[in-house]
Ligand binder design. Sequence first.
Ligand SMILES: C[S@@+](CC[C@H](N)C(=O)[O-])C[C@H]1O[C@@H](n2cnc3c(N)ncnc32)[C@H](O)[C@@H]1O
Length: 251
Amino acid sequence: MAINNEGQQQNQNQQLIGHKDLAHKTLLQSDALYQYILDTSVHPREHPCLKELREMTEKHPRNLMATPADEGQLLSMLIKLINAKNTLEIGVFTGYSLLSTALALPSDGKILALDVSREYYELGLPIIEKAGVAHKIDFREGPALPLLDQLLQDENNKGIFDFVFVDADKDNYLNYHKRVIDLVKIGGLIGYDNTLWSGSVVAPPDAPLMDYVKHYRPHVIALNKYLAQDSRIEICQLPVGDGITLCRRTT
Ligand SMILES: C[S@@+](CC[C@H](N)C(=O)[O-])C[C@H]1O[C@@H](n2cnc3c(N)ncnc32)[C@H](O)[C@@H]1O
């Protein structure tokens, strides 16, 4: 028997759960473990309209774009914890994160939702209406950058959002950050989605990557580097979904 760091005896011949690799302590090691999280903590608590939206989106050819249910649950928790009332979402698709947000906000809460495709948004809209939260959503169709620039032209829009979720074109994330930082209030939260980009952020240069992964990878890496040194925010990068970086504006 050996003594480990915590002073407990252990049998050296036994595989130790949770101590497989002392270089890190991530617990998520298998599809079965992820399914366990979904089955135990996420799907049983999912709002019936979110379930309907998720199942409808699963049939869409671009279903991989959808925010996963465990991440939707995280967004909902964050929004409630910070008592958000006014939020911005960049990248709506069929609306899973949008509906998660809308359900988490109080009845007078508001979401400004931006996407280049109204068609995507309208796929989920009947379900959002059924959930009774469509009145909270102001959807605007078009590329997000000019819409953000338009918002910033009015000084009154600076610092108006409690929460911002960015989940659109990764090559513009840094451009979004440069604008969104002035739109979120001090003490407010920004979530950047996909910041681990399928794990490719640590792939060796010659790793075989799908074209879209290869294309956006340098932009995601540049964003992560930028956020890590941006003194206007505190950050926390979570391995939920494809990685989400939470940024709390401090100044
Ligand atoms: C990953 S999906 C968003 C997923 C969504 N958050 C959900 O919960 O399912 C990315 C979305 O960004 C939109 N998009 C891509 N480029 C954009 C741009 N320049 N401006 C606004 N939206 C954009 C796409 O139309 C797509 O719906």
